[in-house]
Ligand binder design. Sequence first.
Ligand code: NAP
Length: 285
Amino acid sequence: MTVIIDGKATADRLKTRVTGEVAALRQHGVAVGLAVILVGEDPASHIYVRNKIVACEKTGIVSSERRLPATVTPAELKQVIAELNQDPSIHGILLQLPLPAHLDENEMILAISPDKDVDGLHPVNAGRLMAGLPGMVPCTPQGSLMLIQEMQPDVTGLHAVVIGRSLLFGKPMGQLLLGANCTVTQCHSKTRDLPGLCRQADILVAAVGRPQMVKADWVKPGAIVIDVGINRLADKKVVGDVDFAAVSPVAGAITPVPGGVGPMTIACLLANTVKAARNQNNLPS
Ligand code: NAP
């Protein structure tokens, strides 16, 4: 029978662990602090930031929000990031993306101290992941790997197919699966015979942004299917990149949307913030 992977339950367990770790750090005199920078008035970004701040409050992480107008200049934004880099009460800096078009996201991510880069997007952290060194790992792929390993703790030798090669998700997901000894095929918009490659996957991860693109006949019977996509349809319903109703009878395990990968992203952000606080205070895990 197909397992519907309950991302919310796993995320709740991780948040409980984080709450304990935040309390333990407080006993060492460290109040774990996360700063969220929000530029402009994008309504979706405001909701995401609000959710992150509420999650921080629940675990005891002290959060502060820096709201900047959409007209902020690159120099002004870099100045705010520089101040937060220097502030010892701030252990993690999250720059909510996307930024308004006149701001270069790569340039701004480069301005964040790699030690405080809790989104794991700085090239130093991307390089550390590639080199197999400890660093900040992007939250959504980290959470996706946790869900995969809940189903199959040892994925050695399994064939993982990742659809998507973004810096935010696809590339780090491929690296994490490689690090876990999977054989990884990384697919993208120019890939030939995507359905045929997907059919070979023991683990299929879809992060495309196309509603219900992955069909039942793309999936090997018994495969673990991780659906990262978040797509809002005209009727406001949110669906993933996988045709859940058709694929779930074929898969061995599958994440729903919502309630699968999504909750893991915030939980891993909180875990990364605690890790950053520990590292910056030379405290062991
Ligand atoms: P992105 O930067 O737009 O990347 C999409 C990737 O999909 C690209 O690599 C693109 O290939 C590939 N692609 C596009 N059309 C394709 C096709 N027809 N066949 C095969 N590959 C195709 O998006 P992203 O930031 O990685 O996010 C992907 C999805 O995950 C979105 O729905 C996003 O909302 C969701 N997401 C969810 C969470 C969460 O917390 N659950 C977090 C992050 C993202 P090219 O590189 O060739 O263009």
